[in-house]
Design a protein around this ligand. Structure first.
Ligand code: FES
Ligand code: MG
Length: 580
């Protein structure tokens, strides 16, 4: 095999291809792993970027997946090198895995650029690991393919299926309302997560797995094959084989991650009832590629699309059923044959267009992947809101909201931050009824460094006791993709960055108009200006040093994808200087 097969010069040859002092060093130390001489000769070196960690339980099975990727790489004539990167796990990491998404992306980018690799396989699963690895690889713009770890089997409780995350929110409200005992609540833990894999609802992990497939960065079916299904390992093997050819075809991420690909992903997000977190992550990935993606693209491309995938938290089923029903290829076919795939010619990782890949995909269960004329939600997608309360935008997920609250005026009950919320919401004397609007400040990217998933504030116990399940809630926080409710999120600018959310007072009237795309505080412009001017110095007990200090200083607002200002853009994969 030649180093310039199909005119591609291997970047790894700049390490391993010279007969001099540097070549000696690069090869010799690698040989301590028992690699024979011929493996360095003209083969694509494929990095396997692994987010394996026992502290990221969703990704704890990844070493086995990596072994199957390696088999595929070797079969296709490449040489695999597996390396670890920071694993931002959703369930354990405090204060929020979002705080370290950008850190992980830096780790990925510098690992790729500084090391002898010609392409990379991105092993992703838990929510933040997918955008982090795509962001890092995008900034390098080398050939890359995503292999997702796959969702868990259905959770089980008392003989019925329960969904990851969604069940936690539901069961906790049931405990607070006195409907179930604490014993039953705790007993549900084991059945909730009973196999390897990521959350099995259409939460952020499943959403981002679908986004990676819709963007064209993975092989078909990558999103939904269960983690423990043997076909997950076959897909890993096939992805390993494919990435070697992607090197020879010079099929870089910039040829796949185009504006057209992002439009396809936005449409798919609407069709699957995907997570609001995708708005932030897709923006961040697009930003690395230099692709212009605005909140209005979510309105233009996403709104009006029927949600046809009937999965929790919006619908009834789980990822296991989604795979058996036909998975994302079934959804792409359904969209495409009805003229709803915006860019069928978009190129994907296997070298074919997204339409070529999916045009014949079967759908086996129309309860799970529903017909367009009998959708779960007629008008899915993400609702983008603007107004004097959110000049730079806010989001709401209609499929997870209550239709009767999507046009609503109510009296604000204001919480200064999450701690204030937690104490005040339990106060039996809190003057609140179900028509009020719960407003929480200081939970945005800077205010709660990392922008925690606390936006789906639980309701006051006395409202729950009345059997009420939903109220309008507004904040600059995010919410878990597994959560639900009429919840306005990502208000930008956030309170801690001087946004008008910071001047809302108890008793103010807030109006939400999803159809009109508005979120307003019913005060005059003069009153708004006076309150902003009189606003007390922003409290500033934010971290000044360490990684969190860097984060607070450089994180962009939600409408900009919460990337660091200095990480936006593509820096390429030019081989750095020698180290000695
Ligand atoms: Fe990892 Fe949900 S906590 S995917
Ligand atoms: Mg999550």
């Amino acid at each position: 095999m030649s180093e310039t097969k199909k005119n591609v010069k291997l970047r790894s040859a700049e390490w391993f291809g010279t007969q001099d002092k540097n070549g000696f060093m690069y090869r010799s130390w690698m040989k301590n792993q028992g690699i024979p001489d011929h493996e360095f000769q003209g083969k694509p070196i494929i990095g396997i970027c692994n987010t394996w960690s026992e502290l990221t339980p969703c990704n704890a099975h990844f070493r086995k997946i990596a072994e199957h990727v390696k088999k595929g790489i070797i079969e296709a004539g490449g040489w695999p090198v597996e390396f670890p990167v920071f694993s931002s796990g959703e369930s354990n990491l405090r204060p929020t895995a979002m705080l370290t998404r950008n850190l992980a992306s830096m780790d990925v980018e510098e690992s790729i650029r500084g090391n002898p690799m010609d392409a990379v396989v991105l092993l992703v699963g838990c929510d933040k690991t997918t955008p982090a690895l795509l962001m890092g690889a995008a900034s390098c713009d080398i050939p890359a393919i995503v292999v997702t770890g796959g969702p868990m089997l259905n959770g089980k409780l008392n003989g019925k299926s329960i969904g990851s995350g969604t069940a936690v929110w539901q069961l906790h409200e049931q405990v607070k309302a006195g409907e179930i005992s604490m014993h039953d609540f705790l007993a549900a833990e084991a059945g909730h997560s009973r196999s390897a894999g990521t959350c099995n609802t259409m939460g952020t992990a499943s959403t981002m797995a679908c986004m990676a497939e819709a963007l064209g960065t993975s092989l078909p079916h990558n999103a939904a094959i269960p983690a423990v299904d043997a076909r997950r390992y076959v897909l890993a093997h096939m992805s390993g084989m494919r990435i070697v050819d992607m090197v020879w075809e010079d099929l870089r991420l910039s040829k796949i991650l185009t504006k057209e690909a992002f439009e396809n992903a936005i449409r798919v997000n609407a069709a699957i009832g995907g997570s609001t977190n995708a708005v932030i992550h897709l923006k961040a990935i697009a930003g690395r590629m230099g692709v212009e993606l605005e909140l209005e693209d979510w309105t233009r491309v996403g709104r009006g699309t029927p949600t046809v995938v009937d999965l929790l938290p919006s619908g009834r089923f789980l990822m296991e059923e989604f795979y058996y029903a036909g998975g994302l290829p079934g959804v792409l076919r359904r969209l495409g044959e009805n003229g709803l795939l915006p860019n069928p010619e978009a190129l994907t990782a296997n070298g074919k267009t997204i339409w070529e890949n999916n045009k014949d995909a079967p759908i086996y269960d129309e309860e799970v992947i529903r017909p367009l004329d009998n959708p779960l939600i007629k008008d899915g997608g993400i609702c983008i809101l603007r107004g004097n309360l959110a000049p730079r935008g806010a989001v709401l997920k209609p499929s997870a909201a209550s239709p009767h609250l999507m046009q609503h005026r109510g009296r604000a009950i204001v919480f200064e931050d999450f701690d204030h919320y937690k104490t005040r919401i339990m106060d039996p004397d809190l003057d609140v009824d179900e028509n009020c609007v719960l407003v929480m400040k200081n939970c945005g990217p800077k205010g709660y460094p990392g922008m925690a998933e606390v936006g789906n504030m639980g309701l006051p116990p006395k409202i729950l006791a009345k059997g009420i399940k939903d109220m309008v809630r507004i904040s600059d926080a995010r919410m878990s993709g597994t959560a639900y409710g009429t919840v306005v999120l990502h208000v930008a600018p956030e309170a801690m960055a001087g946004g008008p959310l910071g001047i809302v007072k108890d008793g103010d009237i807030v109006s939400l108009d999803c159809a009109g795309g508005r979120l307003d505080l019913e005060i005059s412009d003069e009153e708004m200006a006076a309150r902003l001017a009189a606003r007390a110095e922003l409290k500033n007990d934010l971290p000044k040093t360490g990684y969190a200090g860097l984060y607070v200083d450089h994180v962009l607002q939600a409408d900009e994808g919460c990337d660091f200002d200095f990480l936006v853009g593509m820096r390429g994969s030019k081989v750095p200087k020698h180290s000695h």
